[in-house]
Design a protein around this ligand. Structure first.
Ligand code: NAD
Ligand code: ZN
Length: 251
């Protein structure tokens, strides 16, 4: 494993344009379950049903049973070693942008500044009917938050069946096409169109590093260095190895 970590660190050290692509797996150690975890939120709420815009439009009160639990979770979590490690890489100049599929704000809390939120953010709620926007915090007391026009509000996260925010979509494709290295952490890379980013980067000549607890469909096809394990430990080992190469100290 140490040799693989060094190999990955060398890629980051030599790249002038490094992107990270993160998914639910990077936040699992903070206490937010991913879609595949055996227990937790998603064993009670099928994401295909509860995270779909059709379901929300048909029965927003029902979907809010899940959203309320998700919101309680997200309101009470802290960034873990993986978020903090990516924040450090950015500060040291070894990571230019993070494209995250997560909506939990943990990258920003972990010190990252250049974060592209591919699937939106749970900090705000919008009315699908009149367009008015509210802060999620101000609506936390209401079990089913409503707009002043009386309709049920929806968090500004991308549901299945909704479009990716155009700016995030375009910027991500642009960045992927000019990346020299792509660090993928904690995603099964099956949700479209985020799952096209790795192959765009690969075709542009980027080296692909993948961190995951288990192999994915990317591992055999496009990954150059696969680092198997928990995101917190692997990312912090990787950051330490990059620091050593950069001649810094390991504090
Ligand atoms: P996914 O659930 O499909 O896949 C998660 C991946 O992370 C899996 O490959 C799993 O093996 C890996 N993983 C789990 N724990 C890990 C750990 N400790 N260290 C390293 N890897 C670990 O998630 P996805 O690919 O992100 O796609 C699901 C969609 O749902 C995305 O849009 C995602 O952002 C969203 N979602 C977001 C959150 C959040 O904001 N935290 C939580 C659940 C789902
Ligand atoms: Zn309204």
């Amino acid at each position: 494993m140490e040799e693989l970590i060094n190999q990955a660190a060398r890629i980051l050290y030599n790249s002038k344009m490094t992107l990270a692509l993160t998914g639910a797996g990077i936040s699992v150690e903070s206490g937010i379950p991913d879609f595949r975890s055996a227990d937790g939120l998603w064993s009670r709420y099928d994401p295909a049903e509860y995270a779909s815009i059709i379901s929300f439009r048909q029965n927003p009160e029902k979907v809010w049973n899940m959203l309320r639990e998700m919101d309680d979770l997200v309101a009470n979590v802290e960034p873990n070693k993986a978020h903090i490690g990516l924040g450090e890489l950015e500060k040291m100049g070894f990571l230019q942008y993070i494209i995250t599929q997560n909506i939990d704000n943990l990258h920003q809390a972990g010190g990252s500044k250049n974060v592209i939120e591919y699937h939106g953010n749970s900090n705000t709620l919008s009315c699908l009917w009149c367009g008015k926007r509210y802060s999620a915090k101000e609506k936390r007391g209401e079990f089913t938050p409503r707009c002043e026009c009386s309709k049920v509000l929806k968090p500004d996260v991308v549901f299945f069946g909704e479009a990716i925010p155009p700016e995030a979509l375009n910027r991500s494709f642009q960045l992927a096409a000019s990346a020299q290295a792509l660090l993928i952490v904690g995603t099964s890379a099956v949700v479209s169109p985020a799952n096209t980013i790795p192959s765009i980067a690969k075709n542009a000549g980027a080296k692909i590093i993948e961190v995951n607890k288990e192999k994915t469909h990317l591992t055999k096809t496009i990954t150059d260095v696969f680092l198997m394990g928990g995101a917190g430990e692997i990312v912090s080992n990787l950051v330490d190895a990059v620091k050593k190469m950069a001649g810094g100290h390991n504090s």
